[in-house]
Design a protein around this ligand. Structure first.
Ligand code: GLA
Length: 391
C-alpha cells in the first residue's frame, strides 16, 4: 500500500489543516484450522495476513465525523450526536458500531476526518469487517487517550459486530486481527481467551489463498442459523451434565452421548464442532513437530466435516478444494472463514505454485464460470499505529 498516495488522497478529500494526520493499520486474517468453533468456546488457529485496512485520521473542530473509504463510493458526514444510529446496509456500520461501544463506555467524541483504505477483498472470508472494526477501535483508543488494552479492543470490536451489525460472530477474527504476530499462528481457546503464539515454519511449502469470488449473499443469516443450532445441541446435551457450551464436551463424550440429540442435523453440527476442536489440538502438535503432511490431512478432514456435517461450504468452495487437492505437491486444502463462498486455502509445495494456480484456476472456471483469484499468504502483525513513512 502506498501510504504517501493515501495521504495525498486524504488531503484532496478533506483539505489541508494544521492538525497532524495519524496513520493506523489492521490486518485481515486466515484461519488455518478450527472453523465455527469460536462461538462454541472452542479452539481456533488463525493468523494475521499482510493485507489489511489502513486508516488515516485527523481531528477537526467541527461537530461531525467525516468518513470516507477508497473502497466504496459512498461516505458520509455524521453529527457526533448521531454516531450511535445504524445506517441501513452500509460499510460505515462497522466503524459506527465501534464508536457506539466507546460512547457506551462514556466517550464524548469530537470531530474527526477519517479515510479508510483496504486491500482485503470484501466478502471473501478474510475478515475485512473485523479489520475495519479493529483499526477504528485502535485509533479511537489512541486519539482519545482511553487506555484500553489490545484484548479489550478485541472484545469491544466483537461486541460492535454482534450488537450493531447483528452478526453473532465469535471472537476469532477480531482476536487474530488484533493480536497477530509475524511468522506465528495463534492457538486460541475461545472460552478462556488463553492463547499461545505458535511459530509457523512451512519449509518449502506456501499457503495459497484461493478466492472463489462467490460472494456470501446469505452468509449472515445462515451464520446465525448455525449459532442457533449449536445452542440447541447444548440444550440436548445439558441433560447429561452441566454445560455452558458445546466445547465442554470432548469428542468421545459426544460419541457416547449423541443419541441424546434426536435431531439428525443438530447432531451433525455438534459432531463437527467437537471433532474440529480435536483437529486444532492435533494440528498444533504436528506443526510443532514440522509434520506438514499430517497437517495437510487435518486440513482435508476439517473441510470434509464443514462440508458434510456443518454444511457451510457450497458448490464453489467444494469445487476449488477438490481441484486443489488433485494438483501434485498439495498437502491439503480447506475452506477458511465462515464459508458459503469466500476463500479456501491450500498448502502447496513452492515448486508447484505456478501449475497450482494455472490448473486450479482453469478447472474451477470450467466448472463454475467464475474466475478465482490466488494470493500467496504472508503471516503479518496485528493492529498497530504506523509512522507516516511506513508501508
Ligand atoms: C466468521 C466469524 C468468526 C468465525 C468464522 C468461522 O469469520 O466472524 O467468528 O465464527 O466465521 O470459523
Amino acid at each position: 500500500m502506498d501510504i504517501e498516495q493515501l495521504e495525498k488522497s486524504f488531503i484532496k478529500r478533506f483539505g489541508k489543516s494544521n492538525e497532524k494526520i495519524q496513520f493506523y493499520f489492521a490486518p485481515g486474517r486466515v484461519n488455518l484450522i478450527g472453523e465455527h468453533t469460536d462461538y462454541n468456546n472452542g479452539y481456533v488457529l488463525p493468523c494475521a495476513i499482510t493485507f489489511g485496512t489502513y486508516l488515516l485520521v485527523r481531528a477537526n473542530d467541527s461537530n461531525v465525523v467525516k468518513m470516507v473509504s477508497e473502497n466504496f463510493d459512498y461516505g458520509d458526514e455524521i453529527p457526533i450526536d448521531k454516531l450511535s444510529i445504524p445506517q441501513s446496509g452500509k460499510w460505515m456500520n462497522y466503524p459506527l458500531g465501534v464508536f457506539d461501544q466507546f460512547i457506551q463506555k462514556g466517550l464524548k467524541p469530537s470531530g474527526l476526518e477519517m479515510l479508510y483504505s483496504g486491500d482485503i477483498p470484501n466478502s471473501s472470508g478474510l475478515s475485512s469487517s473485523a479489520s475495519i472494526e479493529m483499526v477504528t477501535a485502535f485509533a479511537l483508543n489512541d486519539l482519545f487517550y482511553i487506555g484500553l488494552e489490545q484484548t479489550d479492543l478485541v472484545k469491544l470490536s466483537q461486541k460492535a459486530e454482534n450488537e450493531f451489525v447483528g452478526v453473532n460472530c465469535g471472537i476469532m477474527d477480531q482476536f487474530a486481527v488484533g493480536m497477530g504476530k509475524k511468522g506465528h499462528a495463534i492457538f486460541l481457546d475461545c472460552g478462556t481467551l488463553e492463547y499461545e503464539l505458535v511459530p509457523i515454519d512451512l519449509k518449502n511449502y506456501k499457503i495459497i489463498i484461493a478466492n472463489t469470488n462467490k460472494q456470501r449473499g446469505l452468509a449472515d443469516s445462515k451464520y446465525n442459523e448455525r449459532v442457533a443450532e449449536c445452542n440447541k445441541a447444548v440444550g440436548f446435551l445439558a441433560k447429561i451434565k452441566k454445560v455452558e457450551s458445546l466445547s465442554d464436551f470432548s469428542y468421545q463424550e459426544f460419541v457416547n452421548n449423541k443419541h441424546h440429540i434426536p435431531d439428525i442435523n443438530i447432531r451433525k453440527r455438534a459432531k463437527h464442532i467437537l471433532s474440529e476442536n480435536q483437529r486444532v489440538v492435533d494440528a498444533v502438535k504436528v506443526l510443532k513437530n514440522d509434520d506438514l503432511r499430517v497437517f495437510g490431512k487435518l486440513m482435508n478432514a476439517s473441510h470434509n466435516s464443514l462440508r458434510y456435517d456443518y454444511e457451510v461450504t457450497g458448490y464453489e468452495l467444494d469445487t476449488i478444494v477438490e481441484e486443489a487437492r488433485k494438483v501434485e505437491g498439495v498437502l491439503g486444502s480447506r475452506m477458511t472463514g465462515a464459508g458459503f463462498g469466500g476463500c479456501a486455502i491450500a498448502l502447496v509445495d513452492e515448486n508447484a505454485v505456478e501449475p497450482f494456480i494455472r490448473k486450479v484456476g482453469e478447472n474451477y472456471y470450467k466448472k463454475t464460470g467464475l474466475k478465482a483469484i490466488f494470493y500467496i499468504s504472508e503471516i503479518g502483525d496485528g493492529t498497530k499505529k504506523l509512522n507516516s513513512s511506513e508501508n
